[in-house]
Write a protein that binds this ligand. Structure first.
Ligand code: CA2
Length: 147
């Protein structure tokens, strides 16, 4: 039988994770995050689709794929959080549970604008400030819902 599909989607600049501002984002790379997500998804019985993009249209394309029956979406929209209205609309079209993840605590940053993510109103819930562990927690939550 086909495994339920889980999308883990990452927005702009996150391919640089581990290379810049380690005091805020830690030293884990996005490849490490993907490996961690694969391990979580495997043990939960999910098929994982893990992506990162700097292009809004690509993110929307993956959300349109997820719309067709994904079991869940984990999304770190990064800076799309603040101006990505087309991504917000695409998220709203997805019926599955959606967990928004931010590595840093967006409510505790020097720049006040980081605290207000447009995406949160389209998500089921949000994890912020727990580092890359937030991705693993999000997958465990979605696995519980699916199980
Ligand atoms: O904390 C998060 O996960 C963020 O979504 C990361 C975004 C930022 O715009 C959000 O406010 C919070 C992206 C940060 C800029 O890109 C970097 C990527 C890797 C390392 C340093 C910066």
């Amino acid at each position: 039988m086909a495994k339920p599909v889980l999308f883990v989607l990452n927005g702009p600049n996150l391919e640089l994770l581990g290379e810049r501002e380690p005091e805020i984002y830690g030293s884990t790379t996005l490849a490490d995050v993907e490996a961690m997500c694969r391990a979580e998804a495997d043990s939960a019985g999910f098929e994982l689709r893990f992506h990162q993009t700097n292009a809004e249209h690509e993110m929307i394309g993956w959300l349109h794929e997820a719309r067709k029956g994904a079991a869940g979406i984990v999304i770190n929209p990064a800076a799309f959080s603040y101006a990505g209205y087309p991504i917000f609309d695409a998220l709203k079209m997805c019926a599955c549970p959606i967990v928004e993840v931010h590595i840093s605590n967006i409510h505790r940053r020097d720049e006040a604008w980081r605290a207000h993510s447009l995406m949160t109103a389209a998500a089921t819930g949000m994890i912020t400030g727990l580092g890359v562990h937030g991705y693993a927690l999000a997958i465990r939550h979605l696995a519980q819902l699916a199980g």
